[in-house]
Design a protein around this ligand. Structure first.
Ligand code: HEC
Ligand code: HEC
Ligand code: HEC
Ligand code: HEC
Ligand code: HEC
Ligand code: HEC
Length: 365
């Protein structure tokens, strides 16, 4: 876990390859920036608004260096005794900042980092690129969700209704009723029923209930947590992976209720229960329902796409707005191939390379 957060931090900071070389000899500033990303960024931003904790932009102006250093090293002491800290605790719903023992050199470095980042310096907004915030004009695979096949559906319904009327006159009630039902079915299909029923293998729009009401809108949208923070596999392997409860507990160790809730959230309690009894084979597990799934004879790799700067949202749709996760794209062969056909001029400019393989063996082996 530690190794991963540091790795993710370095990637956020460098935004590209070259992370490895930079990691070889980081300056003290880079070290503090990485420390911030790994220990603090899950709860704080610098200049992008409050998250779990307050926006830290300009904090070095509102507080003295001594106060900051003390608070960062021993938040618990301050939260118990210091009047300013108590006020913050109240404002942030009783969530207690909790960071494991930092040295005073670490704290000094972090304060320098906060000062520079507040002034719009180097690493202020770098997580943003990892979150790949909406850039609709650059999104090329339009999530076809909600697309209604009005023309063929209505034409079909019309023909069937006409057939029913004709059958009523010539063949009697039985065949007419069959055709009338088919006409109604076709109307339903064209008006959106299609999104709920699927031809074999087509899972577009699939939106199953999950064991915990986990919201990407809250986590990836409002709180601005980077996709790779939870799905770190996407960058270095074929599969993106769904996070283990450890990752949830990085925050839910402290966060037990959502804004506006009077008592602890029952949904978060399920996460905590799964984590607390993780060693117990009979304990509760979070068994997430798998949504996206290609047939076994197709080879797909996240790593190649993600390292080419193809954004998650270009394939998965506006995930950061989804209360419940759903499959936004069809994942059909045509969908893959149409994107691979895009010539450099037509492809989004943020990609490193346009054009993917079209030969059968690239995807089928
Ligand atoms: C688990 C979430 C969490 C983590 C991790 C975290 N903080 Fe906080 N932080 C908070 C919360 C919440 C507050 C508001 C006080 C409270 O309720 O505990 C806060 C308050 C602060 C404040 C005071 C802000 C002000 O306006 O005066 C500073 C400074 C701060 N944090 C720095 C850090 C640094 C540096 C790190 C990383 C070493 C860090 N925090 C890690 C949640 C967190
Ligand atoms: C706080 C952790 C967290 C963050 C941040 C997060 N996710 Fe997820 N993601 C999950 C969990 C947990 C699941 C499984 C539950 C579900 O499907 O809602 C999941 C499921 C998914 C799935 C569906 C997996 C399947 O079964 O097919 C996709 C796609 C996905 N996330 C993409 C993203 C993208 C894109 C982002 C960034 C915009 C993101 N996630 C940010 C935790 C996270
Ligand atoms: C970066 C910190 C962070 C991480 C990591 C995180 N959460 Fe959260 N989560 C929060 C915060 C903060 C809230 C409260 C949001 C609000 O006030 O609306 C929350 C809210 C929730 C809620 C909604 C509670 C309710 O009753 O409305 C659920 C469920 C939840 N989280 C589950 C998870 C799961 C499962 C994971 C791991 C896959 C996870 N969280 C990872 C910070 C985090
Ligand atoms: C080029 C399109 C594409 C991009 C870009 C992409 N995905 Fe996926 N994703 C897919 C496909 C296709 C599947 C189904 C894979 C399978 O069944 O083998 C999938 C499956 C998933 C799953 C569930 C299965 C798994 O691999 O664990 C998660 C979670 C996920 N993606 C998250 C992400 C995140 C996070 C990003 C961005 C960092 C991302 N994806 C970028 C196409 C993409
Ligand atoms: C949004 C556009 C997009 C979609 C959708 C997409 N790809 Fe790609 N894919 C690319 C690009 C761009 C490359 C070239 C990457 C490079 O050269 O680094 C690529 C490369 C590949 C490669 C070559 C990997 C390698 O090792 O060189 C494979 C295999 C692949 N894609 C499979 C798929 C499959 C299977 C799907 C559908 C399930 C899919 N892709 C959907 C854009 C896409
Ligand atoms: C970019 C990746 C990619 C390439 C290149 C590709 N395919 Fe596919 N193929 C897929 C995916 C993804 C599916 C699964 C579609 C689904 O489940 O609906 C698929 C499915 C199929 C199927 C099953 C029938 C179907 O449509 O579901 C056949 C047969 C097939 N491909 C043959 C080929 C042949 C022949 C070539 C070379 C001309 C080729 N494919 C090239 C990605 C690819």
């Amino acid at each position: 876990m530690k190794r991963f957060t540091l790795f993710a931090a370095l990637v956020f900071l460098s935004g590209a390859a070259g992370a490895a070389e930079k990691a070889a000899a980081p300056s003290p500033f880079q070290r503090s920036a990485a420390l911030f990303q790994s220990k603090c960024a899950k709860c704080h931003t610098v200049g992008r608004g409050d998250r779990v904790g307050p926006d830290l932009k300009g904090v070095t102006e509102r507080r003295t260096r001594e106060w900051l250093s003390g608070f960062i090293r021993k938040p618990a002491d301050y939260l118990d005794k210091d009047p300013e800290a108590k006020k913050l605790l109240e404002k942030f719903n009783g969530v207690r900042m909790d960071v494991p023992g930092l040295s005073s050199a670490d704290a000094d470095g972090l304060i320098d980092y906060l000062e520079t980042a507040s002034a719009g310096g180097a690493a202020g907004g770098t997580e943003e690129s990892a979150l790949a915030e909406d850039a609709p004009e650059e999104r090329i695979t339009l999530p076809e969700e909600g697309r209604r096949l009005w023309v063929p559906g209505l034409a079909g319904a019309f023909l069937l209704a006409a057939g029913a009327a004709l059958a009523w006159r010539t063949a009697g009630g039985g065949p007419a009723a069959v055709l009338a039902v088919a006409a109604l079915g076709s109307l339903y299909w064209s008006a959106g029923g299609r999104a709920r029923h699927h031809l074999l293998g087509d899972q577009q729009g699939y939106e199953p209930a999950q064991p915990v009401a986990f919201s990407h809108k809250t986590h990836a949208g409002t709180l601005g947590v980077a996709c790779l923070y939870c799905h770190h596999g996407a960058e270095k392997s074929d599969v993106a992976g769904v996070p283990s409860t450890n990752i949830c507990m990085n925050c839910h160790g402290a966060v037990r209720k959502a804004a506006g809730q009077a008592g602890p959230s029952p949904e978060i309690a399920k996460v905590v229960a799964a984590w607390e009894r993780r060693a117990d084979p009979k304990g509760p597990r979070l068994e997430w329902v798998r949504i996206h799934s290609l047939p076994g004879f197709v080879h797909f790799s996240h790593r190649v796409h993600v390292n080419n700067e193809v954004r998650c949202q270009e394939c998965h749709g506006p995930v950061q707005t989804m209360e419940r996760m759903r499959q936004a794209s069809s994942l059909s062969m045509g969908w893959c191939v149409n994107c691979h056909r895009l010539a450099p001029g037509a492809a989004p400019t943020h990609w490193k390379r346009a054009g993917g393989p079209l030969d059968c063996a690239a995807c089928h082996w």
